[in-house]
Design a protein around this ligand. Structure first.
Ligand code: ASP
Ligand code: MG
Length: 400
């Protein structure tokens, strides 16, 4: 079981979580639990670090921001004990969750199960601090924001658990963000691949890495609410889904920015020069389009980056002596809208429906990118709600 920040936001919510854990244990299950920090705590810790040291040392950042999970792990263990459930807490280094040394975005390399297995066999519920690990040189690391999902899936994989239940404040994975699409429906099942696209395309319910890990190790993940008693959404292998949806969800990501290099000299190697420079600056590029001028001597090159990286990208390109282009234009007033579904592999016309739906609403498409199971377009940010709602209807996803 994993409980996110909103599920452990205060003491009464921690008591509620303890009752849920007790129910599982009383049902005869061996249970281990990962907890996040109380909602808002990690943000506050990050804020303190940034305020006291804008160019902070990443190792000390991890020392500070990992602290929230320690508190909830201990509090939950105490609450369970008071309910008569034998419970004990562990921090990342005690388990241990071994990671690489990439502080603030560390990857799990290995996770110890010996102690957890032994304690669970003795009837103890193991409560663990999520989001944190220990590097080769014995420093505390953290797994990136939202990393407790990955802690939980990693342990479930290592244990060969029957299930990994991720408790949050929504009832599951929806066909679209219910805050902007009133007719959005909870999905009963979604495939790993779809979930991976949804997570990386803006649906924030699971950390992307946790989905990749669940997919690689075939961990059955359930996303459900800790505030209601309803079954959530199962994230499963494609074979488990009989009726494959052509489109199972619409996602949007506002954290995008568009860069256009106008009049780039059209010679072999120019794209590699540009993208190598950006890669060296650690800038992730997402959508890309390129168009030659009629005479073939120049091209315009447009791509998107994470909005926070836009100034850095501009600086890098402005300082690039060896790259021949006329001007660089940027736009942060954009949003990426994606339609996702494994069924589109075997269906024609999915893109046409998307483009027609947007055209009918007078929405201009600036950039397009596709994979086997998704189509993404970049549009002006002010049309986000309109586009998501119209697409939700166009693909027949609205609740009856
Ligand atoms: N507390 C961490 C965060 O807010 C990790 C997590 O909640 O998964 O990002
Ligand atoms: Mg989360």
């Amino acid at each position: 079981m994993k409980f996110g920040g909103t599920s452990v936001a205060d003491l009464s919510k921690i008591r509620n979580v303890a009752k849920r854990v007790k129910q599982e244990a009383d049902a005869g299950n061996q249970v281990s639990v990962f907890v996040s920090a109380m909602a808002g705590t990690t943000d506050q810790l990050v804020g303190w670090v940034e305020e006291i040291s804008p160019l902070h040392d990443a190792r000390e950042y991890d020392t500070v921001v990992s602290a929230g999970e320690q508190i909830t792990a201990g509090l939950l263990a105490l609450t369970l004990q008071d309910l008569g459930v034998p419970a004990r807490s562990w921090l990342g280094w005690q388990i241990p969750v071994r990671t690489n040394q990439v502080h603030s975005a560390a990857r799990i390399e290995e996770i110890g199960t010996e102690e957890v297995v032994k304690r669970m066999e003795d009837g103890v519920v193991c409560i663990m601090a999520g989001f944190q690990g220990i590097s080769e040189d014995n420093r505390i690391t953290t797994l990136g924001r939202g990393g407790t999902d990955t802690s939980a899936v990693a342990l479930a994989a290592a244990l060969g658990a029957d299930r990994c239940d991720i408790y949050t404040d929504v009832e599951g994975v929806y066909t679209a963000d219910p805050r902007i699409v009133p007719g959005a429906r909870k999905l009963e099942k979604v495939t790993y691949e779809e979930m991976l696209e949804m997570a990386s395309l803006g649906a924030k319910v699971l950390q992307t890495r946790s989905v990749a890990m669940a997919m690689n190790h075939k961990v059955r993940v359930q996303v459900l609410s800790s505030f209601t008693n309803k079954p959530g959404t199962m994230v499963v292998d494609e074979d488990e889904i009989v009726e494959k949806q052509v489109v199972s969800g619409i996602a949007y990501a506002k954290n995008e920015a568009k860069v256009t290099l106008v009049g780039v000299k059209n010679t072999p190697g120019i794209a590699s020069d540009i993208f190598l420079l950006l890669a060296d600056g650690n800038i992730n590029v997402d959508m890309i389009i390129q168009n030659e001028t009629e005479d073939g001597r120049k091209t315009d090159l447009t791509f998107t980056v994470v909005a926070n990286d836009i100034d850095k990208a501009k600086d890098i390109l402005a300082g690039a002596q060896n790259i021949d282009f006329d001007t660089v234009l940027t736009d942060i007033n954009v949003v990426k809208i994606s339609v996702i579904g494994v069924g589109m592999r075997s269906h024609a016309g999915v893109a046409a429906t998307m483009f027609k739906t947007l055209a009918d609403k007078g929405i201009n498409i600036q950039v397009i990118s596709t994979s086997e199971i998704k189509i993404s377009v970049l549009i002006e940010a002010e049309y986000t709600e309109l586009a998501v709602r119209a697409l939700h209807t166009a693909y027949g996803l609205d609740a009856a």
